[in-house]
Each structure stands twice: as C-alpha cells, then as structure tokens.
Design a protein around this ligand. Structure first.
Ligand SMILES: Cc1ncc(COP(=O)(O)O)c(C=O)c1O
Length: 369
C-alpha cells in the first residue's frame, strides 16, 4: 500500500472543524464591524481583560466551579500557555520544583525550562495521579507547586476520581504546595467530578482555555486566582508586559459569545460531533483497549493492551499510514512513564477518522501477542 501520500493524522487535540462555527464567526464579525465601540477597543490595551471580559471569564468558569466567582479574581490571557508562564514564573522560583503527572502537557516542561524551574513527575495509573506517589514527591522534592490535569487528562484521557482529588488536596495543604489545575477539556463531558479548585479554592489556581470548548483560533484563556492578594503577586511581575494582553478582537468575540449564549451553542455542537466520533471509535477500534472520557478530543492506548511491542504503537501506526503521538512526547521529566500513544479523534471529517482508526486497528491487531 502506498500510504505516504495519504497519511491520516490523528495528532492534534483541538475541536473538529464545524461549519456552524464558521457561520457564527462570520455573523459575529459583521456585527462587530458595525459597532462604533470596536474602534475605541482597538485604541486601548486590554490589561487582563476589561471588566466585561473578566465577568465573561467568571461566568464561563462558574459552570465548572459551581459557585459565583468574583470577576476580580479572573485574568484573561492569550491562552493556557500564557497563563501557565505567568503562574509558574510567579509561583515556582528558579531552582525550585514543580510537580506534574508522569505524562503531561508537553509545554509544561518547556515553560519550566524558560523560568529555570525543575519539573519532577508523579506516578499515574489508569485513574490518574497516584496520591501515595504525590505524597512521596512532596516529601522528597519540597515542590512549590503542582500542575495537574485531573479531568480528561492529557494525554491519558483519565478522570481522577473524587476521593483521589480530596487526597491530593490534603497532601498539598500539608506540604504547602500550590495547585495549578488545568481544566482544558473538562467542559466536554456531559458531567464530570468537581474540579480541585472547588474543593480547595484557597490553594488552587484554576486554568481554563476556550481552545478546546469553543475555538482554538480565539487564543483566549482564563485563570482564576485563589484571592486578590495572591493575584497581586502575579501582577507585580507581569503588569507592564503587553505580551499577555489579549487581542481586542478576540476578547470582544469571546466575551460576546459567553454573554449571549453562543459559546454554549458552540460547545453543544462540539459535544455532539465528539459523541458521533466516539461512536466511530467504538465501531472501528475493536481489537485494542483504550482509555477515554465522554466526548474527549483524544483517547489513550496503553502500551500494555496486548501488544508485543509496547513502546512502538506510534511506529506501527505510521507504517500503516496513520500518525498518532507516542508517549515520549508527553514525558516531561526523566522517570519511568507508562508507555502508550495518544490518538486524536478530531482531525479531518468523520470519514477520514474512520479510515485512520481502521488502519490503526489493523496495525495493532497484527502485532498483538
Ligand atoms: C492540557 C492542555 N491545556 C491547554 C491546552 C490549550 O492551550 P491554549 O489555551 O494555549 O490553546 C492544551 C492543548 O493542547 C492542553 O493539552
């Protein structure tokens, strides 16, 4: 089979391309172009978002946090990486340690390098971060903060059970460790356990992007500080740096979409499409087991799921003309990590996905022991 010219890339975990989003975008941009206030908005910096942007951020985060959020605690940024850079630079001084899951969002390692912090990884299993190992790491490394993705973990798609969330909070409190919780895909499942930020709002910095639930092109993310006093410390370092001020057109769109229910409508469309794509997944990936969460943008094939060559899922897939991301790409610190591969369900249209999954199923089946 000559597959080099029609490689199916199941790589990026961003929402699928939906015509309804293009239609909404066109309509919204037309409306904004007729609004005199847009000119004024382009004349000013948007430091942390204007009051309406912050209120929209509070409203969007409240759907997960389950309580009314003071908009003063909300910061509007250019997305998660922007939020994380500010938080790590403020909470984890050079030379000190940030903990994260043994497989995690790869950019966390890059960000730590930038600010001179060291990443140490905590053991994970099929439920997510292991509390006993989290405790051991707190004792051994005396970290300043932990970056965790408890809900729809990247890359393993796990949901950390509520009792483990409680244990993590208790251990973090005992050791004075701040938690940075990234809830990127948490709006996608119809329901999910409460975030750590709602169990321990006083020690948790809650990070939520619109990239996974609305549109990656908006480049808008929010973070919610534990309180105004702690937020001041972040501002003290970053106040005058315009690199994190969101672009007015993006902020106007995001705020408008949250306020008038459009963001909810887009989220509903993404959820609907992902439910269909999960159905295709179930039909096509029949010979290997995988971890997933409802409507997740990706799933995880653990190396131990009957394959002879556990570490080579990505290579086996590549030979059959389908690209997936191997575990090494998510290893942010040196230590034994679970082997496997992340399979995105969002690329191309449903037919492309079906083709890719069919190839993957064949590639892995013929290599099962
Ligand atoms: C865990 C996690 N957080 C956040 C993001 C999105 O980041 P941004 O808001 O910069 O688009 C991603 C994207 O892959 C991610 O995997």
């Amino acid at each position: 089979m000559n597959i080099s010219h029609n490689l199916v890339e199941l790589v990026r975990a961003t929402p699928p391309l939906l015509p309804v989003v293009s239609d909404i975008l066109n309509e919204s941009l037309r409306e904004i172009s007729r609004d005199q206030r847009a000119g004024v908005a382009f004349h000013n910096h948007r430091f942390g978002g204007d009051p309406a942007d912050r209120q929209a951020g509070a409203t969007w985060c409240e759907r997960r946090l389950g309580t009314v959020i003071d908009a003063g605690r909300v910061v509007v940024t250019n997305g998660t990486q922007n939020s994380l850079l500010m938080l790590i630079a403020s909470l984890v001084p050079p030379g000190s340690v940030l903990l994260t899951e043994a497989l995690s969002y790869p950019q966390i390692g890059i960000l730590c390098n930038l600010v001179g912090a060291t990443v140490k990884s905590v053991g994970i299993d099929e439920f997510g971060v292991v509390p006993e190992d989290f405790k051991r790491c707190c004792e051994e490394y005396r970290p300043k903060a932990a970056y965790l993705i408890p809900t729809v973990q990247n890359p393993t798609a796990t949901m950390l059970p509520n009792h483990r969330r409680q244990q993590i909070v208790a251990i973090a409190r005992e050791h004075g460790v701040a938690i940075i919780e990234d809830d990127a895909q948490a709006c996608l499942p119809p329901s999910a356990d409460a975030p750590i930020a709602s169990l321990a709002p006083d020690i948790t910095w809650y990070v939520l992007t619109l990239s996974k639930s609305t549109s990656v092109g908006l480049r808008i993310g929010y973070f919610v500080a534990p309180d105004l006093r702690q937020l001041e410390k972040v501002y003290a370092r970053f106040k005058k740096m315009s690199m994190w001020f969101s672009s007015p057109i993006s902020a106007i769109l995001a705020t408008r979409w949250v306020e008038d229910g459009t963001a909810n409508r887009i989220l509903g469309a993404i959820r609907g499409e992902m439910a269909e794509r999960h159905r295709i997944l179930k039909e096509e990936l029949t010979k290997v087991s995988y971890q997933s969460s409802p409507n997740s943008l990706h799933v995880w094939i653990a190396g131990a799921s009957g394959l002879r060559h556990a570490a080579a899922i990505a290579e086996l897939a590549g030979q059959r003309g389908v690209a997936v991301r191997g575990w090494k790409e998510f290893q942010v610190a040196e230590r034994d990590s679970p082997h496997g591969a992340r399979v995105s369900l969002t690329a191309g249209n449903r037919d492309t996905l079906r083709t890719g999954l069919r190839r993957l199923n064949a590639a892995l089946t013929t290599n099962c022991s």
